[in-house]
Design a protein around this ligand. Structure first.
Ligand code: AHR
Length: 509
């Protein structure tokens, strides 16, 4: 392999007065769907040596905690559009096995709502529940809400108590269906049909509890033919009744065009800005004061165009689907997607990495075997640990490269977060160059954090390197050398194709 060469420097200036917005901890959410092996043999596997009395895998729970996940969306995804919540509660032996049309699977309901709440309790994650607006509607959503959140004294809330849920679950965030714009969705709808149903469901749910936070379905991707007009129509119906509109986006390298893949966050930022503009257009049209925020509740790298080596032909429980193995390159793109979310923290106030375990996930498991961290685990864990506080505006002056999909793109993608209590700053950066190291110069004139605490880098001589059950620690972050502050300027060298976290403090080393 040839030695990397070096580009001209990329630069930006940090000033604590130039503020994007505070990071809502819900930005570090994830997603558990009844799909593939996310639940069964992922988080739940009675009989596994690491399983607790509830069948939850302790090894996985530990990794979930280490990952720093704040919220978890459940139970789908496409699965929710055929979900019958009442099948998933009560004595296990009485729960029915059903066909899950979304993923050609059988669903035993062995793991249900109560088990999910146990999982949330044990990991400290906030639940974010989706209701079925595909095959069901207003009545079912309200009944589920009553079962979950009403203190007691009604048939449904007393049923929860009888099932062991003495205290109400207190679920605050609710998604009004999933990807209802997608023709693949069971019960797919036009924007007019969905807008009316979402509004009526939201109105009824708010009659039960006005304090809920509700998410209306936006587009399943910005490439949907109805994108933007869908959001506009749906919000016209629901504006006063919901708090968020959802966004979903998945990225992959197509036809070997790695340069464009590395610039995926250009698309993500454009998507976010387009949805913000659409929300604010409806706000103007309705002469409303309130702003709608964004719930980016499915995002990740996902190789949708690759054939599934375990193609699902027969109905089976927990088939191996979407078990993408992430490379170093994928982790760099993934980190860049996190940077894109942070750079819009003023409006993206909730997000869910899709998904959490085994299915396009940062955590992998083998049935009866080990659990390990994928390459993408690390950017997420670092961002969740240190990307808390206020995002500072970063205007990058960077050398660029040419991409087929996005034209000229800066080699540097960056954001910075200040912890207002300590004044500490964390800079997250990606060098998109496949060949050249990128010198970084950050003028710290407007901040009081001039000591480097650490610079961790995720990069590798082999951009295809992955972690596996046999070599779970093949790829891990490592300290970078030579990063220092001189005369108020941070100097660092970003390796080719790298994700970087640089932490600065004002406290003496
Ligand atoms: O996350 C996998 C699937 O992707 C979800 O079920 C669906 O909402 C999306 O299309």
């Amino acid at each position: 392999m040839s030695e990397p060469t070096t580009s001209p420097a990329a630069r930006f200036t940090l000033d604590s007065a130039f503020d994007v917005g505070s990071v809502n901890p819900r930005l570090y959410g994830s997603f558990v769907e009844h799909m593939g092996r996310c639940v069964y043999t992922g988080i739940y596997e009675p009989g596994h040596p690491a399983a607790d009395a509830d069948g939850l895998r302790q090894d996985v729970l530990e990794l979930v905690r280490e990952l720093g996940v704040t919220t978890v969306r459940y139970p789908g995804g496409n699965f929710v559009s055929g979900y019958r919540w009442e099948d998933s509660v009560g004595p296990r032996e009485e729960r029915p096995t059903r066909l899950d049309l979304a993923w050609k699977s059988t669903e035993t309901n062995e793991f249900g709502l109560g088990e999910f709440m146990e999982f949330c309790g044990k990991t400290g994650m906030e639940p974010m529940m989706a209701v079925n607006l595909g095959t069901r509607g207003v009545e079912d959503a309200v009944r589920l809400l009553e079962y979950a959140n009403h203190p007691g004294g009604t048939e449904l809330s007393d049923r929860r108590i009888a099932h062991g849920g003495k205290e109400p679950y207190g679920i605050r965030m609710w998604c009004l269906g999933n990807e209802m714009d997608g023709p693949w969705q069971t019960g797919h709808k036009t924007p007019e049909e969905y807008g009316r149903l979402a509004a009526e469901t939201a109105r009824a749910m708010r009659q039960v509890d006005p304090g809920l936070e509700l998410v209306a379905c936006g587009s399943s991707s910005s490439s949907m033919p109805t994108f933007a007009s869908w959001e506009s129509t749906v919000l016209q119906e629901t504006y006063d009744l919901v708090d968020y509109v959802s966004l979903h986006a998945y990225y992959e390298e197509i036809d070997g065009d790695r340069d464009s893949f590395l610039a995926s966050a250009v698309d993500m930022e454009h998507f976010i800005e387009s949805v913000v503009a659409t929300c604010d257009h409806v706000r103007a049209r309705l002469k409303a004061d309130k702003r709608i925020n964004l719930s980016f509740d499915e995002w990740n790298v996902w190789y949708q165009q690759r054939p599934n080596p375990h193609a699902v032909e027969e109905w089976q429980q927990a088939p191996r689907i979407l078990e993408d193995v992430y490379t170093v390159t994928d982790a760099v793109v993934f980190g860049s997607l996190l940077i894109a979310l942070l750079r819009h923290a003023d409006r993206v106030t909730s997000a869910s990495l899709a998904q959490l375990v085994n299915v396009i996930a940062p955590i992998m498991t083998e049935p009866g075997g080990a659990a390990w961290r994928q390459t993408t685990f690390y950017p997420f864990a670092q961002a969740s640990a240190y990307g808390r506080g206020r995002v500072l505006r970063v205007e990058v002056d960077s050398p660029t490269y040419t991409t087929a999909r996005f034209g000229e793109v800066p080699l540097l993608h960056a954001t910075a977060v200040i912890d207002d209590e300590t004044g500490d700053i964390t800079v997250f950066t990606v060098n998109r160059s496949q060949t050249d190291a990128l010198p970084l110069r950050v003028d710290l004139r407007g901040v009081d954090a001039h000591t480097v605490v650490e610079h961790l880098v995720l990069a590798d001589g082999d951009p295809e390197a992955v972690n596996t059950a046999d070599r779970p620690d093949r790829v891990t972050p490592r300290p970078a050398t030579g990063t220092a502050v001189t005369d108020g300027v941070l100097h660092a060298e970003l390796e080719p194709l790298s994700w970087n976290m640089i932490r600065l403090t004002n406290r003496p080393a």
